[in-house]
Design a protein around this ligand. Sequence first.
Ligand SMILES: CC(C)(COP(=O)(O)OP(=O)(O)OC[C@H]1O[C@@H](n2cnc3c(N)ncnc32)[C@H](O)[C@@H]1OP(=O)(O)O)[C@@H](O)C(=O)NCCC(=O)NCCS
Length: 179
Amino acid sequence: MNIDFRRPPILETERLRLQPLVASDAGHMFPLMGDPEVMAYWDVSEIDDPDLVNEIIAAQVQAMAAGRALHWAMRRLADDTFVGACDLSEIDRWHRRAEVGFMLGREAWGQGYALEAMRTIVAFAASVGLRRLTARTHLGNRRSETLLAKLGFEEEGLLRGHILRDGKRRDCHVFGLLL
Ligand SMILES: CC(C)(COP(=O)(O)OP(=O)(O)OC[C@H]1O[C@@H](n2cnc3c(N)ncnc32)[C@H](O)[C@@H]1OP(=O)(O)O)[C@@H](O)C(=O)NCCC(=O)NCCS
């Protein structure tokens, strides 16, 4: 596997620039992570504390520096607007696999941005030698599952009660893509 974590690549799609996430992106992520609709199927409920979002983004930047993950901010090429973030996490060099993640601000939904970004991320993953990608969705996350199907992911199983959120256990679907 051939990823230089000290120099994560900037990737470009037809309409987007995917730039390695930096600590100051926390300011852009705060409105997304504070939106109950965006967070409806996330592992934690919406966050109203900017310091906590700062900590989460700092931990993601740290995970990149430690060679465990790659996180990108998605910006529109046309006007440089921040529209969301996507990532490859749980990178396992030995087994050549990683987990994908993606989140868009609500005003950016329904325009094919996530599909465009994730097609490029999947191609990037294949190009650096990853051979299996996984994704995990909460039951009912139709938009996410439709996107994964378009990318060629197949449903592989159900994780019963995998997430404890708002005092209740939630089941998750696991999806996989062999590259
Ligand atoms: C999951 C998420 C990224 C999907 O966003 P999305 O915009 O629905 O996904 P896509 O980029 O695939 O866009 C598909 C939609 O764009 C439309 N579209 C418009 N122009 C398009 C284009 N050029 N190409 C493709 N689709 C296009 C499609 O018709 C589809 O619309 P529809 O939902 O009305 O059928 C978004 O809902 C989100 O951020 N959710 C919250 C976070 C989350 O749950 N993340 C996943 C955790 S597993």
